[in-house]
Design a protein around this ligand. Structure first.
Ligand SMILES: [Zn+2]
Length: 266
């Protein structure tokens, strides 16, 4: 054999070996993450802080814990300029899982990391200067697999779980909306095809009514655009379902079909 051919064989062998090592390391890392993802007092933290979990039966609780664990094994939660603890991690994961709990096989494939900031921030992710009114944001461009939440807002979302506001649900609702490629307020994976047009029409009409009246039981931030409307009504649906049903039965009905499909657990 020629020297050149020997070289090629050696290069190929090294590449194969490097791949095997990478694969083994990755497997080990995944296994380690899965084993350490859930803190030992997770059950207590969930019981004390997440009413959605507390209302589930034993089988539902076990499933919720497993999904929180899986989420934390795949999405890194990191404090930026602020210390975070197990409760912060549990709360982020809980908000994420609540939205997709009726879909046993669903995972968030469009996020790698959630950053927690000490306070609200501005639209350029700055923590100083004016316009620091953002409590949460799904990143775009270079930040496209990142989410930022203000830690105080994360805690407040669960400290008061029936006031209609939950920043975690809001931001993960944007990710569900974004999963079909467009953050446009039409979460195509959550809706059956014939419902897409009626949903878009209902959203447009409700935004129009809200703008005309200038006030609403739905957060007026929802009039910004269809995507924000979907995120604020998702918060409303999970936090105050009875109130939403009473004031907006049609909207409630469609959201119920999205988040609790027939046969789904909730
Ligand atoms: Zn939003």
């Amino acid at each position: 054999m020629l020297l050149k051919e020997y070289r090629m064989i050696i290069v190929a062998a090294v590449l194969v070996l490097a791949n095997i090592i990478w694969y083994a390391r990755n497997r080990r890392r995944q296994k380690m993450l899965a084993e350490t993802a859930l803190p030992p007092d997770a059950t207590q933290l969930l019981t004390d802080n997440v009413p959605f979990y507390k209302k589930l039966d034993d089988a539902g609780k076990a499933l919720f814990e497993a999904r929180v664990k899986d989420f934390l094994a795949n999405v890194k939660i990191r404090g930026v300029g602020v210390d975070i603890d197990d409760l912060d991690r549990i709360l982020v994961a809980s908000g994420a899982i609540m939205l997709i709990f009726s879909f046993p096989d669903w995972k968030y494939n469009n996020i790698s990391e959630v950053l927690l900031y000490p306070e609200s921030f501005n639209r350029d992710f700055g923590q100083d200067g004016p316009n620091r009114d953002v409590l949460g944001m799904v990143g775009d461009g270079a930040m496209h697999r990142e989410m930022i939440l203000s830690k105080p807002s994360l805690r407040a979302s669960f400290a008061s779980s029936t006031d209609g506001h939950n920043t975690v649900l809001h931001e993960f609702a944007h990710l569900l909306d974004k999963a079909d490629g467009a953050t446009d307020g039409i979460p195509e994976y959550l809706l059956a095809r014939p419902q897409l047009i009626p949903w878009a029409k209902l959203v447009r009409e409700t935004i129009g009514e809200m703008k005309e009246r200038g006030h609403s039981d739905i957060n007026l931030y929802g009039t910004t655009n269809e995507a924000e409307f979907f995120a604020v009504v998702a918060e409303y649906f999970f936090e105050q379902p009875e109130k939403l049903k009473e004031h907006h039965p049609e909207l409630f009905g469609m959201l119920e079909e999205m988040f609790h499909p027939a046969g789904g657990k909730s």
